[in-house]
Design a protein around this ligand. Structure first.
Ligand code: SF4
Length: 316
């Protein structure tokens, strides 16, 4: 949980750029115990404005709704209790990560701790906060879903909120900022040529598309992960691992992340906006027209047949 105040110089520098003051963070702040409690009490007393309440991690509501499975050390109160108390005082409430947004891995069945997201439990509206909850500026919980969410998604969201540039219309149906949720993780994947020809990898480390056999769900998952490189150059699929749709509620219940669930030989999860009959017909057509180069390279861990540019004739 982090508390942000707008309009004062503060730390760290990335937030400072947008005039955001980090009031308290459990790892980044020196304040702890009584000092942290005093900071919260200044908010409750109305002495410190709370621009944004930012929560990371699922909230444990058990046992029996007490929240005592997860106490905020030194305060004698549960995280559940603090969040429910602070949320109505915040201009904006932000869930960072799919656990805070939807419950995520801690909320997977049988969910013994009664873990929940802030305003969703899986796909069901209503979690720690009621489905009708709106923060002081009129927004539902802003869900920066992802496991982990891209750091730039977090910074851009906080910057947009600080600048008053994020409205309800800028959020998708699960409260995710559209600047990244209006994309599919599939967009920009370096394996797109293999996807178009349904030239599939059958084993990890092969270069082909991972949708047909290796569980890739990027055609069904929102995110600009393949357009906005991680750590300056990567993404899950770029690193040879299938997209597990970590920005979607319920991703944690998959039986096998590296195996495509199929029915009658057809992947169960098809591209979001494509009717099944179209996909089957296009896949058959694509496979019948797959160039030898693409088919061979899809099943290899390096390029075995390069493009035949210039007719393949040496120029010098
Ligand atoms: S591996 Fe996944 S993201 Fe890449 S092209 Fe295939 S379906 Fe799309």
């Amino acid at each position: 949980m982090a508390a942000l105040e707008h309009g004062r110089n503060g730390w760290p520098a990335a937030l400072d750029t947008f005039g955001v003051n980090l009031l308290w963070h459990p790892s980044l702040s020196e304040a702890t115990g009584d000092e942290a409690t005093a900071a919260f009490n200044r908010i409750f007393a109305g002495h410190t404005p709370l621009h944004a309440l930012v929560v990371e991690g699922a909230v444990l509501r058990g046992p029996n709704g007490s929240g005592r499975f997860n106490m905020l050390g030194g305060t004698g109160r549960s995280m559940l209790n603090w969040i429910v108390g602070l949320a109505p005082l915040a201009d904006y409430v932000v869930a960072v990560g799919s656990c805070a947004a939807f419950g995520g891995v801690p909320a997977a069945p049988p969910n013994p701790t009664d873990a929940s997201g802030l305003q969703y439990l899986d796909t069901a509206p209503g979690g720690v906060l009621d489905a009708t909850f709106r923060s002081r500026k009129g927004l539902p919980v802003v869900n920066i879903a992802g496991c982990a969410p891209h750091p730039a998604w977090i910074m851009e969201t906080l910057a947009a909120l600080a600048l008053g540039k994020l409205a309800a219309a800028d959020l998708d149906f699960y409260g995710r900022p559209k600047f990244y949720a209006d994309h599919l993780a599939h967009h920009g994947c370096a394996r797109n040529e293999f996807y178009e020809f349904k030239a599939s990898a059958e084993s990890l480390s092969e270069r082909g598309c991972m949708m047909e056999h290796l569980g890739c769900k990027a055609t069904q998952a929102v995110g600009d992960c393949n357009q906005r490189a991680w750590n300056g150059g990567g993404s899950c699929t770029h690193g040879g691992f299938a997209c597990i749709a970590c920005t979607s509620p319920g991703f944690e219940t998959a039986q096998n992340y590296l195996e495509t669930a199929k029915f009658a030989g057809i992947p169960v999860g098809l591209p979001l906006d494509m009717p099944k009959a179209w996909f089957v017909a296009l896949a058959a057509l694509s496979k019948s027209a797959t160039p030898r180069r693409v088919r061979a390279n899809a099943a290899a861990d390096h390029v075995v047949i390069p493009p035949a540019g210039g007719g393949g004739k040496r120029r010098i």
